[in-house]
Design a protein around this ligand. Structure first.
Ligand SMILES: Nc1ncnc2c1ncn2[C@@H]1O[C@H](COP(=O)(O)OP(=O)(O)OP(=O)(O)O)[C@@H](O)[C@H]1O
Ligand SMILES: [Mg+2]
Length: 259
């Protein structure tokens, strides 16, 4: 039986909502649970790359080269500090992709095409998106079969979500009919504040069953881990943040098994 790779794009054009924290720590948690995982860092900020302890300057191999068609995905895959987790580094070069591909008719499908040619199979491919709805995010959404949308439990949480949903439906129609919403993920939830509770309620009222049961708590250990180049499961497995991402990984594995 051929099991299709599950390609999850972590997307939200709003900045600082927890995309990278989710991509890195969900990926690492899936690997800890025995899944083979590939993380693709599609953000010019390359925070996921450094958060995994990969020194961009050293590798010389970036997803940028794949995006402009100069290299295949297979040859830019790096090992990470987590067993079973691999990564394709991002870099500042990605900021130029939009302009460089302006005359490339298949520009929206560069990543999808590269993934389809991959020789190694992974249980999960996770794509960390930049905070925009530009060509990089469009490539991620065209390559993915599911989208995770992190939403920060703060003021203006719902801001921009309408536009994001519209973008998803346009991409589904034009480039990728298999694209579905995996779920809205509430992040940085602080149970002690009324604001967090209100936002969680509002988001659940709006998106109902499309909100993951797992809610990621605000946890300082999650914000410390990247500066040590480690996902939370290596930095502090007993922290609330680590437990949150492990729960999310289990929820996602379970959801996939039930179709
Ligand atoms: N659950 C959490 N608890 C505490 N801090 C968090 C949590 N999630 C994320 N952070 C911190 O909040 C900041 C923004 O998170 P992150 O970088 O994951 O967001 P992002 O959506 O990827 O941002 P960008 O849009 O710039 O790519 C980071 O400093 C991160 O360490
Ligand atoms: Mg990020």
């Amino acid at each position: 039986m051929i099991i299709e790779m599950r390609v999850l794009s972590v997307s939200n054009q709003k900045g600082g909502v927890g995309k990278t924290t989710t991509a890195v720590n969900l990926g690492a948690s899936l690997a800890v649970l025995g899944k083979k995982v590939l993380l693709i860092d599609l953000d010019p900020q390359a925070n996921a790359t450094s958060g995994l302890g990969i020194n961009k300057a050293d590798t010389g191999r970036y997803v940028y080269q794949v995006m402009i068609g100069a290299n295949d995905l297979q040859s830019v895959i790096e090992e990470t500090c987590v067993k079973g987790m691999y990564a394709v580094p991002g870099s500042y070069h990605l900021a130029g992709v939009e302009l460089e591909l302006v005359n490339q008719p298949l520009r929206e499908r560069m990543l999808a095409r590269a993934l389809s040619l991959l020789e190694t199979s992974f249980d999960f491919v996770i794509i960390d998106c930049p905070p925009s709805l530009g060509l990089l995010t469009i490539n991620a959404l065209t390559a993915a079969n599911r989208v995770i949308i992190p939403v920060q439990c703060e003021y203006y949480a719902l801001e921009g979500l309408g536009r994001l949903m519209k973008t998803l439906s346009v991409i589904k129609k034009r480039f990728n009919p298999r694209l579905e919403l995996a779920g809205i993920l509430l992040t940085m939830y602080d149970p002690r504040t009324r604001l967090s509770q209100d936002i969680a309620k509002e988001v659940k009222g709006y998106f109902n069953s499309k909100v993951f049961n797992t809610v990621i708590p605000r946890n300082v250990r999650l914000s410390e881990a990247p500066s040590y180049g480690m996902p939370i499961c290596l930095y502090d497995i007993s922290s609330k943040g680590a437990q949150g991402y492990l729960m999310l990984a289990k929820e996602i594995i379970r959801k996939g098994e039930n179709g």
